[in-house]
Design a protein around this ligand. Structure first.
Ligand SMILES: Cc1cc2nc3c(=O)[nH]c(=O)nc-3n(C[C@H](O)[C@H](O)[C@H](O)COP(=O)(O)O)c2cc1C
Length: 284
């Protein structure tokens, strides 16, 4: 349960989390791993989620092109591949990675992981393993069965380990976010918001997204009782088509921001204005 007593923990996690693509070759400290697994098992979400966090050992396999030397521990985020399941999995997964951050464990969302390598260290495809496997991630669009939508290494940052190209891209993207005002649509801008709602939206702005596209937009109703988190109309990205995941990630930050200030709300993933995609409706 996420409560105001844990506010400092979660806010520090939101502010400190950044994508880590270079790790020390050490396992996650066992007490921290136990706490992380206990959190995963007991996570109470504001919606029904049928996905799964699957912890696995990388055995040193290069599970992504820019993660040739992963740490021993990692987690995969599995679910069905329809947009609603994808959106919910983003929400759930981000809470897990933020909790990990609070335990001093570094991580990075990987949508473009190497499926062949993942299947070797974490067999999960079953009958689907026979087909031609996509180059990156589980594949495109909706496919039958439960898939690993994304994965994340879990370990400790090795600052000097990055290739120059990765150091540059990490440096350029980490902590770089658009201002809240640039992400708001609808009748109200940031200056009109209650301090509490503005604070929660500022935490939502800090959410990670694939290639740091930040393709979410916030709409706050005139009475500030309804907030929608939806995709920028017409948004498409040539390398990342599962963008409902990132919107779910952003929604989880908003939910944390509200809950840790003691603001009760519902968070509903609903069919969005963008056909076939999900928008999150928060009722305060
Ligand atoms: C759903 C999702 C998928 C991502 N996939 C990848 C990936 O395949 N490879 C990668 O290097 N980074 C990936 N990232 C990390 C983003 O590039 C990163 O979150 C973004 O640039 C912001 O940087 P920060 O997380 O350090 O704040 C992904 C992030 C998200 C949210």
């Amino acid at each position: 349960m996420i409560t105001p007593e844990d506010r400092a923990f979660w806010e520090a996690a939101v502010n400190e989390r950044h994508s880590c693509r270079s790790y020390k070759p050490t396992s996650v400290e066992s007490g921290a791993m136990q706490r992380l697994k206990a959190f995963a098992a007991g996570l109470a979400l504001p919606f029904d989620w049928r996905g799964e966090f699957r912890f696995f050992q990388t055995a040193g396999r290069p599970i992504a092109n820019n993660l040739k030397v992963p740490p021993p521990d990692a987690v995969a985020f599995l679910s069905e591949t329809d947009p609603l399941s994808v959106a919910k999995t983003g929400f759930a997964g981000e809470l897990l990675l933020l909790y990990a951050t609070g335990l001093q464990i570094n991580s990075c969302w990987f949508g473009h992981y190497l499926l062949v390598e993942l299947e070797r260290c974490m067999p999960h495809l079953g009958e689907h393993a026979a087909g031609p496997l996509p180059a990156f991630g589980y594949g495109r669009g909706e496919v039958p069965g439960r898939r690993a939508l994304c994965l994340s290494p879990l370990g400790y940052w090795e600052e000097k380990g990055l290739r120059l190209v990765d150091r540059l891209s990490s440096g350029l993207m980490s902590f770089k976010r658009k201002p809240l005002g640039a992400l708001m649509t609808g009748p109200l801008g940031p200056e009109a918001l209650s301090p509490e709602l503005r604070h929660a939206l500022e935490l939502a702005v800090k959410a990670p997204s694939a290639a740091n596209t930040q393709h979410w937009r916030f709409n706050v109703s005139a009475d500030q009782k309804t907030v929608t988190v939806a995709c920028l109309p017409g948004f498409r990205h040539f390398r990342w088509e599962h963008f409902d995941m990132d919107i779910g990630i952003c929604a989880s930050h908003l939910w944390l921001g509200l809950r840790t200030q003691g603001i009760n709300c519902t968070a509903e993933p609903l069919p969005g204005a963008e056909e076939g995609h999900i928008a999150w409706k928060f009722s305060l």
